[in-house]
Design a protein. Structure first.
Length: 484
């Protein structure tokens, strides 16, 4: 799922497939690279290959529009053609959300509890008290678990041009069976689009498929997850061709399952001896066969996408694995960083059976790795943060050595969203509303420091010259507007 050396580029109805000729591995066919159809972008590496968004922005500069999103959720917005799809957990007391959007794309919703004032992050992060929007989280303290209330688990399609609501649907109205800490949301999994269907995953509330106009096609209930410590849920499924893959790791009977995207019927299921993991799986093709690679605490695993057979397994990562693996040129990079540090490079053509002592593991670098944010893989450089802090490492994946870092990111206080890249730049978004834009390269060079009046845990999305930022309250469209 990576930009690799090309001999032929085949233009397909669904998008562009990129083929690696020198390793025996290739990326999964991706949706049109003009859009951001899934968590971590069209090639699942955090890069917008043809994106070129602004370097600078503020509340009065380069904000084309911002719209208040009812409820809360820290899923990445996904974009296809003229539509942005957002998942949100709306307190049932907020009522009908349709009146929250006006024709100009600016919300008027002021209902109590309709917009979250807390500071949830992606699942598994250490408990921290809530803080006002746009302010640095207070450190320390006991983990806080939010009281249960009835939630409308909601899918929204928003007009890309002006931020107005096109359609919304309450996938399920339910009071969750167990609590979550304030540093997570009830809608932390990102939607997926293939140009014809939208897939929305709410964990214990089910997986839903819609057509692009909001007509529900099917839904599947996997049961109830049991998550220790009230951490909450948040892994996102992955789509490859006609197959959706769901990882269901928890304190109960864990499994991985593949479903037909057109019908929701289960194709195969394999049990997993794993506690909670929040990492999204990665699909890569090796010698013409697609395999699903999963990061977990006890082991890393790869399954045959068609049959579900276990292809290989390797050593596990740290406790609470959250970051998603990435791949380029037939090498997958697995990373996590809670109560330890783990970064491992695996050459897929050599990976068979138990690879614990195999030359398939090219190198390991077990320090300064991320807890919540996933890495960015951009032109052979792997960018990752230390835990959730503002210490950045730029890593040469060819040599297994750092170009620089840990480098302190001045002007940003704490980061839980994942970095993204476009046009030779790397975008890093902080919880306090600040952001850095740095140059993609072997040396650390800050291009701009920016700030907005919101706080951010969701990861950015890039489409063309537009940058989409989902805050705790607002969704922003950032682009060059000619403002001074």
């Amino acid at each position: 799922m990576r930009r690799v050396f090309l001999a032929v580029v085949c233009l397909l109805v669904a998008g562009v497939g990129l083929i690696s000729l020198n390793t025996g591995a290739s990326a999964a066919p991706v949706a049109d690279e003009r859009y951001w159809p899934q968590w971590r972008g069209p090639n699942f590496d955090g890069v917008a290959p043809i994106g070129d968004p602004p370097i600078e922005w503020s509340e009065t500069k380069n904000v084309a529009w911002k719209v208040e999103i009812p409820g809360s959720g820290y899923a990445t917005p996904v974009i296809w053609e003229d539509r942005i799809f957002v998942l949100s957990a709306v307190p049932a007391a907020a009522g009908d959300i349709s009146g929250a959007f006006d024709s100009a794309g600016v919300t008027s919703l002021e209902a109590e509890g309709a917009a979250g004032d807390d500071a949830p992050i992606d699942p598994g992060a250490p408990g921290q008290p809530t803080q006002p929007r746009g302010q640095r989280p207070r450190r320390g303290g006991r983990r806080q678990v939010e009281p249960l209330q009835a939630i409308d688990f909601t899918v929204m399609a928003i007009n890309r041009a002006d931020g107005s609501l096109i359609w919304s649907d309450v996938a399920r109205h339910e009071t969750p069976h167990e609590g979550k800490q304030v540093n997570n949301s009830w809608a932390s999994s990102s939607a997926i689009i293939d140009g014809k269907q939208v897939f929305a995953f709410f964990g214990s509330r089910g997986l839903y498929a819609y057509d692009m106009d909001g007509n529900r096609q099917w839904d599947v209930d996997f049961g109830e997850m049991q998550i220790r410590g009230g951490f909450g849920e948040g892994s996102t499924p992955v789509l490859h061709g006609d197959t959706l893959v769901v990882v269901w790791d928890h304190q109960g009977d864990s499994f991985i399952a593949a479903l037909d995207k057109n019908t929701g019927s289960e194709l195969w299921r394999q049990p997993r001896d794993e506690p909670e993991s929040w990492s999204t799986p990665l699909v890569v093709e090796v010698d013409g066969r697609a395999q699903v690679i999963t990061a977990a605490q006890n082991h890393t695993y790869s399954y045959d996408l068609e049959t579900g057979d276990l292809l290989w397994k390797g050593p596990g990562l740290t406790v609470n694995p959250i970051p998603s693996p990435v791949e380029a040129d037939g090498i997958v990079y697995l990373i996590s960083g809670y109560r330890g540090a783990a970064l491992r490079a695996v050459r897929l053509v050599d990976a068979q059976g138990d690879i614990g002592d195999s030359p398939a593991i090219l190198w390991e670098y077990n320090q300064d790795t991320p807890y919540v944010p996933s890495p960015l893989l951009y032109d052979g450089i792997l960018y990752f943060l230390k835990s959730n802090s503002t210490l950045l490492t730029a890593f040469d994946v060819a040599s297994g050595q750092a170009f620089y870092g840990p480098q302190r990111l001045d002007g940003v206080q704490e980061i839980y969203s994942s970095p993204v890249g476009a046009a030779g730049r790397v975008y890093l978004l902080g919880r306090d509303g600040s952001a850095l834009v740095i140059e993609n390269g072997r040396q650390f060079n800050v291009l701009a420091t920016n700030s907005l009046d919101d706080g951010f845990e969701a990861s950015p999305a890039i489409v063309g010259n537009e940058l989409y930022l989902r805050g705790r309250r607002f969704l922003y469209r950032i682009e060059e507007t000619g403002q001074p």
